[in-house]
Design a protein around this ligand. Sequence first.
Ligand code: ADP
Ligand code: ASP
Ligand code: MG
Length: 411
Amino acid sequence: MALYVQKFGGTSVGSPDRIREVADHVARSRKRGDEVVLVVSAMGKETDELLRLADDVSKTKPGREMDMLITGGERKACALVAMALTDLGIESESFTGSQAGFLTDTTHRDAKILEVNPYRIRDAVDAGKVPVVGGSQGVSTDNDVTFFGRGGSDTTAVALAHALDAEACELYTDVPGVFTTDPRLVPEARKMDRISFDELLEMTATGCPKPAMRSVELARSYRVRLHVRSAFSWVPGTWVSEEASMENAIISAVTHDTSEAKMTVSGVPDKPGVAARLFRTLADAGINVDMIVQNVSADGATDISFTLPHEQVGIAEPTVAALVSEIGATGSVTDSNIGRVSLIGAGMQTNPGVAATMFETLSNAGINIEMISTSAIRISCVVREDQTEQAVMVLHAAFELHKPAEDRAEF
Ligand code: ADP
Ligand code: ASP
Ligand code: MG
């Protein structure tokens, strides 16, 4: 008998019918002889609705109360799923994150897991029950309810799979697996049978919402076998493992992200210590700087551009403005209308033509590249926000990602 942690996302538990289907799914897994621990997200768009309610009621939105509010969505879902299972004659118990043994730090809305002690979950499984755990939540070292942040239910599932030494962690969602790009944007996108942790991490870091990045990091650290699959069918999804990607593809996926803005500090004196000063100040203000580009120096002065999340522009602007006069720069501007498109593939390390093909493809489509950054297995370009989706489409076509890897041209 093997133990599986099965996590169902928002759409997958989005209605009474969907909840009953999840219960049927569990019944079938049990008939196969498997033990199941469930993790569930809040129903449908409930997390967004709770966040909106908080906006309507409060300006201060204290972190402690926000976490109490948001985790209510998962708490409701896990109780309903446990009821649906009981109706099918499957003994089941729901658990909050705290009851399931998730101890976290005290960072509300973005709490980090310190320990998982799932002895109540283990006891329930040993007693022949199906535990249903509310995702994305725990209890802090101060004994307060904490939320792990958006997408945190994937992290709950992976951490439980590790703590219970499960056979695999199955992430059930509204698409049949991880695709070569967002299938909502490019209908020809292909589901990948396998992908490596490294490639999937690059994908999630550059805009792919599924699975949540932290869950992938955790699965990689603890070697948890991850299976991303459809909640609506039994078709195998995408397996995530240490090994190479799908069919040894050169390029695995195209991702995009429009959640960042760009700031440029101009006329920065070109001398040692200035960049250090700028980025230390931004780090101290808690700003997550992503891509950085420094231009060649002309007349002893240079421009430095960097990207940061939209929601941090409000903190970054006054911080940078104060620094501009201190370091003797000439000014700073913010550009909110950027997007980033990225090409990911372990094979690009041994195929030198990939970058050239990427830039040619964008140029042929009339898309101007404003910034470039690379890792060993990724190339990202910043483009105009309103050209981002077009960039994804032309790159997906140019690299023939709609074809099986063995049928694609070389680049
Ligand atoms: P869940 O609620 O099940 O946790 P999410 O809604 O967070 O799932 O993420 C699933 C969505 O991610 C899909 O509906 C899909 O449109 C989108 N998506 C974007 N890029 C990809 C990709 N490369 N592969 C699969 N899904 C993707
Ligand atoms: N419901 C939360 C969210 O939408 C947590 C999760 O489902 O992972 O982000
Ligand atoms: Mg989600």
